[in-house]
Ligand binder design. Structure first.
Ligand code: C2E
Ligand code: MG
Ligand code: MG
Length: 575
């Protein structure tokens, strides 16, 4: 029932109005003057006020001004009651914000018509306002819960979703959480710009949406990380599902004519106990993902408790690594490379070692990925380059043949804008002939942004140095691009060498790599040669050089110097 406040000093008119309003089904409140009227309006907050203009104490204008000035009463419709003679003052009233006026004495239909139409208008206004309020609230919530770039739910919503799944135990038999990220996404941003980076993320989000569809819950966790929750997924199907996600996500993105390639990692956790918190599940999946990320290739892994220990270990390494550079705990080892025509050392690869004060010798496989992640690889890599150049220069003075030194460059180093200038400065400082320096780069590093790679490689080659592709066959090389890269050598990865006498596939791949490299007129080095049979295989196929334990493992500089002085040749005659 709507409430109408009648403010009228003329008792007869007031009573009459009250009577009519009550007969029409309104609740009517009366006030005999302006002062009382304002008080009652503030107390009862009526739906409408009918107000006389000429009254003692406080007139109608005063009432209107007072009501409009207080938030609570400012929107209450006010209809003036006026005698004909007051009509010239109406403009003043309307200017002050009155909604309508009635001329006294008014008929029942006039009164009810005016009151009803004002109330209707007010109701429409309130409805519109409420709707706007609701829309604004919903938009705010969406903004906080939906990621504006991909339109996917945010981490908060995935948390909520997992919480719901964990609490509605009876209906669920298992929950699987997948955590996916793009490796080295920062490189895409820095090479192609943030706009392109955003498009890559949107494309990845679309690809994931198509795979996940309505079977699961997909969210963008942050940056390049996505989370997926599946219910009732069979434990035996988790890996196939992860592989399917990886296959879809990692197909190259072609944006503005650039073919952008990247690796992705997926960490998986699965439970049928439905215990713990959403955070526990996400942390487990993220720990597994982190492990995958360190492999540097596209892969997935399921969480197990062993990973916690490894993660802890990684953190310890991380802490010690920063100090290790200051404490000069690194040493460069050298592994000879032997010519397959002469059996003589023609070069060596520099391989860094870390002498940890309590752990002993830590292998680069353990700390290089951590150094890469922390950015420490840049100063460390420069130190290795400088040390290797100094040794090569020194040994050159007594070694009769040209002796080349290979230095591994990490992705981060290669992406340094001033890399050619840095290398040039080191060559100048150490005095090494640039022709004797080879930089080893992996396929994934070279294929990140082919145009930029070509640009950097040309600048490096201008200095006179050579470029070699390391671990060939394990990354993803586009053969078309390979032809465009100004490279000089290719190293066949140890994984093929190891399987030469076990797997026909490895033989086929090695043959194909050798033929291709010969076609491209590249120098071919087989690495990881441990047996005479492996040696024979690569020699028969016309490889140029080998590197491996068969001749020598990586050794410290003084031993390398001794080896060079002894001029020990590799026994090439194979029975
Ligand atoms: P890589 O550049 O492919 O180096 C060859 C790796 O194969 C070396 O492992 C070497 O010890 C190993 N190897 C060589 N011959 C044999 C063999 O006959 N049998 C076996 N089982 N292994 C053999 P290492 O020294 O542990 O280095 C591992 C990786 O760490 C390197 O692979 C390289 O990617 C990285 N690395 C090493 N030093 C540096 C560095 O100074 N900078 C950068 N960025 N990466 C480095
Ligand atoms: Mg190497
Ligand atoms: Mg290698």
């Amino acid at each position: 029932m709507k409430t109408i406040l009648v403010i009228e000093d003329d008792e007869l008119i007031r009573n009459n109005l009250i009577e009519i309003l009550e007969l029409e089904g309104f609740r009517a409140i009366e006030a005999e003057n302006g002062q009382v009227g304002v008080q009652k309006a503030q107390t009862y907050l009526p739906d409408l006020v009918l107000c006389d203009i000429c009254m003692p104490e406080l007139d109608g204008y005063g009432v209107l001004e007072t009501l409009r000035s207080t938030t609570q009463t400012s929107t209450i419709p006010l209809v003036f009651l006026t005698a004909k003679s007051d009509q010239r003052d109406l403009r003043h009233g309307m200017n002050l914000g009155a909604d309508d006026y009635l001329v006294k004495p008014c008929s029942v239909s006039e009164l009810i018509g005016a009151v009803s139409s004002r109330l209707k208008k007010q109701a429409a206004f309130v409805q519109r306002y409420t709707q706007q309020q609701q829309q604004a609230t919903a938009a705010f919530r969406r903004g906080a819960m939906l990621d504006p770039l991909t339109n996917l739910p945010t981490r908060g919503l995935l948390d909520q979703h997992l919480q719901n799944l964990l609490t509605s135990q009876a209906e669920r038999s298992s929950i699987a959480v997948f955590c996916l990220n793009l490796q080295r996404f920062h490189v895409i941003n820095s090479s192609y710009g943030h706009k392109t980076g955003d498009i890559v993320l949107q494309m990845v989000a679309n690809r994931l949406t198509k795979v996940v569809q309505s079977n699961g819950f997909l969210a963008r966790l942050n940056g390049d990380q996505f989370g997926i929750a599946l219910t009732d997924a069979a434990e035996s199907e988790l890996e196939a599902y992860a592989q399917m996600l990886l296959d879809r996500v990692t197909s190259p993105c072609v944006i503005d004519g650039n073919e952008i390639r990247f690796h992705a990692s997926i960490g998986i956790t699965w439970t049928d106990q439905l215990q713990g918190t959403p955070q526990d599940l996400l942390t487990q999946a993220e720990t597994a993902r982190h492990w995958c990320q360190q492999t540097g290739v596209t892969t997935y892994r399921r969480y197990d408790s062993e990973l916690d220990a490894m993660e802890m270990e990684r953190r310890l390494i991380e802490m010690d690594l920063t100090k290790a550079i200051e404490r000069a705990e690194f040493q460069v080892y050298y592994q000879p490379q032997v010519d397959l025509q002469t059996g003589q050392i023609v070069g060596m690869e520099s391989l860094v070692r870390w002498h940890h004060p309590s752990r002993g010798l830590v292998s680069p496989g353990t700390f290089i990925p951590v150094a890469e992640e922390l950015g420490l690889i840049v100063p460390l890599g420069e130190w290795v380059l400088k040390t290797a150049c100094l040794h090569a220069k020194r040994w050159q003075s007594f070694y009769l043949e040209p002796l080349r030194v290979s230095v591994n460059l990490s992705m981060r180093q290669f992406q340094q804008r001033n890399l050619p200038e840095r290398v040039e400065a080191i060559l100048e400082e150490t005095g090494l002939n640039p022709k004797l320096l080879i930089l080893e780069l992996t396929e994934s590093c070279l294929m990140q942004n082919v145009q930029e790679t070509i640009h950097t490689l040309r600048a490096l080659k201008k200095l006179g140095i050579e470029i070699s592709i390391d671990d060939f066959g394990t990354g993803y090389s586009s053969l078309n691009y390979l032809n465009q890269l100004p490279i000089d050598a290719l190293k066949i990865d140890r994984t093929f060498v190891k399987q030469i006498h076990i797997s026909e596939g490895a033989i086929a791949i090695s043959n194909a790599i050798i033929n291709m490299a010969k076609g491209l007129k590249l120098h071919i080095v087989a690495e990881g040669i441990e047996t005479q049979n492996q040696l024979k295989f690569f020699r028969d196929r016309g490889c140029d050089a080998i590197q491996g334990f068969l001749y020598s493992p990586p050794i410290p500089a003084d031993e390398m110097q001794f080896l060079l002085m002894s001029d020990r040749r590799l026994q090439l005659a194979v029975a």
